[in-house]
Design a protein around this ligand. Sequence first.
Ligand code: MN
Length: 253
Amino acid sequence: MLLLCSNDDGILAPGLVCLEQAARALGDVFVVAPDREQSATSHSLTLHHPLRPVQLSEHRWQVDGTPTDCVMLAIEALMPTRPDFVLSGVNHGPNMGEDVLYSGTVAAAMEGLALGIPAIAVSYAGRDFHTVGVSLDQYVEPLAKLFRHITALPAFPQHTLLNVNIPPIPAAEIKGVRLTRLGRRVFSDSIAKMKDPWGRPIYWIGGGSVTWSAGEGTDVDAVREGYVSITPLHLDITNEARLTDSESWWIAP
Ligand code: MN
C-alpha cells in the first residue's frame, strides 16, 4: 500500500512524525508537507506565485505552500504513482465542529478526496503538547491499528473523508471508537484589539475562550467521554431538503 502523509502544522511538527510512524505499519509512506505552520488556512490554494518543493530525502518533500498545495503537488507531480490513501495530521489541537471549516488538516484530506483518493484526517484534541509535555509516541500503535482496520474495510465510505479526533488522555485509557456527527463551537473574545508600535489599532484573531455545545452523538461528546471520535464528512454541503419552491423567487422584469 502506498500512503501520502501531510499536515498543516509544518514538516517539523511532532504530530507528523506520529502519523508517519503509524502509516509505516501499513506500507510505503511519502511525506509532502508545508515548510511552515499553515493551521487555519482551510482549503486555500496558492495561485499567485510558483511553488518550489524541496526534496529532503527519497520519500520526503517540503513545499512552500498550503496543505492543499502539498496534496495536489504530491499526487499530480511528486509521487511516482497515486497513493492508496491520504493521511493528514496528527494536528496539534482539536478539529471538531466548525473547526473542520477552517482546518488545514481536514483540508489536506479533502484535497485527497477531491482527487479521488480516500482520506483520513487525525487531530490530537488537547492543548498544544509542546507546552504540556505529552508524548505522541503512545498513540502510534493504536493509530496504526485503527488505520489497518479502516483501510481493510470492504468498502471505504464513498465520497467521504474520516475526521479523527484523539482524546487528550493516555492511550491506555482510551475507551474505544465512536462514529459521530459534528458538534458546535462558540468562540468568545476571540478578537484582541491591540496597538502597533506606532499606536495604531490592530486586531489579532485567536485566543479567547471556546465553548463547545456537545449534544449526544457529537465529536465533542465522544472526546469528552474518552473515546476516539470519527466523523464521516462529505464534501457536498448542499442542503438537499431545501431544493424546492424556487418558482416564486424570481420576478420576471
Ligand atoms: Mn494545525
